[in-house]
Design a protein around this ligand. Structure first.
Ligand SMILES: NC(=O)c1ccc[n+]([C@@H]2O[C@H](COP(=O)([O-])OP(=O)(O)OC[C@H]3O[C@@H](n4cnc5c(N)ncnc54)[C@H](OP(=O)(O)O)[C@@H]3O)[C@@H](O)[C@H]2O)c1
Length: 332
């Protein structure tokens, strides 16, 4: 078995194309002193990956041309010269889009596959779950009885946000694309309502689902959705700006938000968040999310795709075309 890997060949314009990457085979690497070799089993597809390919100012440096594409992944330690890890340990970390990774163990977490399957540790119990947990509780600051609206509600982050909102005694309203996703959000996840933004008339649907207005908006999408939500925010509402996926492949700067005046008139707080802001508190999120999951209060769904390393560019694009249903993961 070779070490097949995806490298960034050029900076994509719009949606990624296969030619934006080279897919290469290398030898299976040997760990040096203090290192371990991880056999990667699942690669996490995250919307942010598209931003990591751009050479613009951001929260992390761009992936360099010719470098292995950055990713969260989960796998098993195959060989270890690091006393903190042993062969057979299930782990997750930023191992990149490849079959084997060498790691010194920095920011690598051991995970318990008896508690949840390996792929869930890069999903609802991994980075997307931590984002929902800290983003909603720390930035959104929801209080019992308030109305929380979350976009991309059936997805990895959004699904967890709405369920935490329910646990905290809030009215949880999702926004998602299509009747199947909306049915899942209300019937399986227990949100109070879910709006199908593809059905049109978003403002009227939102008004009906949020008769007392919106206190917390957990924003994953931006564009028209954020603009519509802004006009229904209550005084002193909070907007946790987690993602703007509707613009990640845009080739021109977006025109909005058009209704930013609502931030002034309703005295809203809008704060961007990056999950690594709470890096030191990840164990807390893992414990709490794991507990809710065990108690059946937190349901988690993965969308696992076959095709291995070579399928990476096509599978990634599913995120931007509403093609995934649950946390998108590529099986290696
Ligand atoms: N700030 C952070 O630290 C952080 C960390 C993780 C994730 N995020 C952000 O959180 C958001 C969700 O990420 P995720 O991993 O949970 O992905 P996800 O929701 O599992 O998948 C992406 C979903 O976004 C929706 N979408 C895509 N393009 C859209 C558009 N033009 N208009 C409306 N909806 C669109 C689609 O759902 P529908 O079928 O419902 O349209 C798609 O299934 C992203 O914006 C991501 O960048 C931020």
């Amino acid at each position: 078995m070779s070490n097949r890997m995806v490298k960034l060949a050029r900076r994509p314009k719009g949606m990624v194309k296969r030619d934006d990457f080279t897919i290469e085979d290398g030898p299976v690497p040997e760990p040096g002193a203090g290192e371990m070799r991880v056999k990667i089993e699942y690669i996490s597809l995250d919307p942010a990956m598209r931003g990591w390919m751009n050479d613009t100012k951001s929260y992390s440096p761009p992936v360099g041309l010719g470098e292995v594409m950055r990713s969260f992944s989960a796998g098993t330690v195959e060989k270890s010269n690091n006393p903190a890890f042993k062969s057979g340990d299930a782990v997750q970390g930023m191992f990149g889009v490849r079959r084997y990774a060498i790691s010194k163990g920095e920011r690598v977490l051991k995970v318990d596959t008896r508690q949840a399957p390996l792929q869930r540790w890069i999903g609802g119990l991994g980075m997307p779950g931590w984002t929902a947990y800290f983003g909603l509780l720390e930035v959104g600051q929801p209080k019992a009885g308030e109305t929380v609206v979350v976009s991309a509600a059936s997805g990895a982050v959004g699904s967890v946000v709405g369920q935490i909102a329910k646990i905290k005694g809030c009215r949880a309203v999702g926004i998602a694309g299509g009747p199947d996703k909306c049915r899942y959000v209300t019937q399986e996840l227990g949100f109070d309502a879910c709006i199908d933004y593809k059905a049109g008339n978003l403002a009227a649907q939102l008004k009906e689902a949020c008769p007392k207005g919106i206190d917390v908006n957990f924003e994953n999408v931006g564009g028209e959705i954020l603009d519509t939500v802004l006009l229904q925010m209550n005084v002193f509402g909070r907007i946790a700006l987690c993602g703007l996926i509707s613009a990640y492949n845009a080739t021109e700067a977006p025109a909005g938000p058009k209704n930013i005046r609502a931030v002034l008139t309703q005295r809203l707080k809008m704060q961007g968040l990056i999950v690594t802001d709470w890096a030191s508190r990840v164990p807390e999120a893992i414990t709490q999310l794991g507990q809710w999951h065990k108690e059946g209060k937190l349901k988690i769904r993965e969308d696992v795709r076959e095709g291995g390393i070579d399928a990476f560019p096509d599978v990634l694009n599913l995120l931007y075309t509403s093609g995934n249903f649950g946390k998108l993961v590529l099986k290696v």
